[in-house]
Design a protein around this ligand. Structure first.
Ligand code: ARG
Length: 528
């Protein structure tokens, strides 16, 4: 219709002209003009059937990129909590999606491992001169976190000592450094445990925390100062003024890169990290996943990095932000006492609730498969609830909704996969042997086939926009279409090519569900 407007003609007339000059008989069985000028193209069933049977699930991108993905990146002076969930889960899904279509993904876990918050942990350890008390504290980082912050809140002299520890850290005083290293080793272990329980692909080798850039900061400032007019001094501090960033009062809002006391900032470290990602990691594309409160930080970061020529002109810099997780009351999701919900507690509760669900749904499940099913359903439900929503919006955390076996939920999709596995088990057929093209002589088969062949397109969309909810919506629709087919079309009771073709449809659906869910970081099960 837009084209008709440009050509100053009637859209229906233009549509008819297009149909007359189309030559797609090898793909389409009919093309019709509909309504004000739409084209309805009906794909040929034999072409669809052939592709369902023989085309690869995914074709790799012919021009793979090097993509650096900064996600999860928790501040580790505190225990990991629900505020870290979205970046971790969404960043992980997008990374897997890019890998699936052949890009080189370099994960960067930019952990907060430096700065004032570590002073209290070090001061707390210092105060325990009894080696066995220290050992007990270090055996359980979660306890250390709680004890140190309680002391910090309640004891002013301790708070002062904590502050002086920060200075010792900054001047690399050996005792403070060794305590810091000790604490960090434990904190990293705590983080790895959480990742393992959540099936997150981040590995210790992906960690490059803020402290890794400490030695780069002074030379970086020098480099930026060499750009005529870029860095200015203001009340002893170093700033970059960029006219597009204004305060509410209308003044230019400076980007602070060194404080008047010589200290560096979150911005400064991120500039150094960006330089590293371009120069050393050779990124074509750098993607960051944080909540929407950091929009301005990243806008300034990208603008300054371009002005300071820290990145190549064609390097794509992308901040993919997301909304908040809300509780049932519409406020940010917290404990009743108003504290952050810890990820380990959240995971424990997910397992507990999944256990109840599985016990009611399938009380006869084999004991040796039970734990696996409970775990996959619990973790799948939590991740899928997040991934299935447009990340730009806030969403409400709702246990009953995410664990439901119907609707757009992980258990619904996992259950469909288990059903498909059941068909193959019962029929004693190996799905990878199914090569007979389906005939698609019913509407539900045709609709299932068309949808199956859109998988590649959806994966590419997720890779471009970093929005995993496209893939969730696709997999949900796939499952709905499969269930319609399954209810209306007999499979194992058929014979010959009808049976074989329908088994091919089942096999392709199973493979798509499995790959799709794996791309979201969610496991499938052959029994549930
Ligand atoms: N540690 C930061 C936080 O918890 C997130 C870091 C995101 N990555 C980055 N390169 N700034 O808010």
């Amino acid at each position: 219709m837009a084209a008709a407007k440009q050509a100053r003609t009637n859209p229906r007339q233009l549509a008819n002209d297009v149909v007359d000059s189309l030559d797609i008989d090898d793909l389409a069985s009919s093309v019709e003009v509909a309504g004000p000028g739409f084209l309805n193209i009906r794909l040929r069933d034999d072409v669809l059937g052939e592709r369902i049977a023989n085309s690869p699930l995914i074709e790799k991108d012919p021009t793979p990129l090097r993509v650096v993905i900064d996600y999860s990146s928790p501040n580790l002076a505190k225990e990991m909590h629900v505020g870290h969930l979205r970046s971790t889960v969404i960043g992980d899904a997008v990374s897997r999606c890019l890998e699936l279509i052949g890009h080189t993904v370099i994960r960067q876990n930019h952990i907060g491992d430096w700065g004032t918050a570590f002073g209290r942990l070090i001061a707390y350890l210092d105060d325990l001169d009894d080696p066995s008390a220290m050992a007990a504290e270090l055996a359980d980082i979660e306890r250390l976190y709680v004890h140190a912050s309680q002391r910090f809140e309640s004891d002013a002299a301790f708070a002062d000592r904590a502050r002086s520890k920060v200075i010792e850290l900054q001047s690399k005083e050996p005792r403070a450094m060794s305590r810091w290293e000790h604490v960090m080793a434990l904190a990293r272990e705590h983080m790895s445990d959480i990742y393992a329980r959540l099936d997150i692909a981040l590995k210790p080798g992906d960690i490059r925390g803020e402290s890794a850039y400490n030695d780069d900061l002074a030379p970086l400032i020098e480099e930026l100062e060499n750009h005529e007019g870029l860095v200015s001094e203001s009340e002893g501090a170093l700033c970059i003024f960029m006219p597009q960033f204004k305060t509410k009062a209308g003044d230019t809002q400076p980007m602070l890169i060194r404080k008047s006391d010589g200290g560096y900032l979150y911005h400064t470290t991120d500039l150094a990290a960006l330089k590293y990602r371009t120069e050393t990691l050779h990124a074509d594309r750098v993607m960051y996943f944080t909540d929407a409160r950091q929009i301005l930080h990243f806008e300034m970061l990208f603008a300054a990095a371009r002005l300071g020529k820290l990145v190549n002109e064609n390097t794509s810099l992308e901040h993919h932000h997301f909304g908040k997780i809300l509780g049932g009351d519409g406020k940010p999701f917290k404990t009743r006492a108003g504290d952050n919900i810890l990820l380990r507690d959240l995971i424990d509760e997910a397992i507990e609730r999944s256990t109840q669900t599985i016990e009611t749904k399938n009380p006869d499940l084999d004991a040796d498969r039970r734990a696996d099913v409970i775990d996959a359903v619990a973790i799948g439900a939590v991740k899928y609830a997040d991934l299935s929503k447009n990340r730009l919006h806030d969403y409400t955390f709702d246990w009953d909704e995410m664990l439901a076996f119907d609707g757009n939920t992980a258990p619904y999709l996992q259950y469909a996969y288990a059903r498909i596995s059941g068909i193959f088990e019962k029929g004693e057929v190996n799905p990878t042997d199914c090569k007979v093209p389906p005939v698609l002589n019913t509407a539900v088969e045709h609709q299932l086939a068309v949808h199956l062949l859109r998988f590649q397109e959806v994966i590419e969309q997720v890779a471009t926009d970093a929005k995993p909810h496209y893939l969730c919506a696709y997999l949900y629709e796939l499952t709905v279409r499969f269930m319609r087919f399954y209810e209306q079309c007999p499979i194992l009771s058929e014979t010959g090519s009808t049976k074989d073709g329908r088994l091919t449809l089942c096999a392709r659906t199973g493979a798509t569900l499995k790959t799709g869910l794996a791309t979201l970081g969610i496991r499938v099960l052959t029994t549930m």
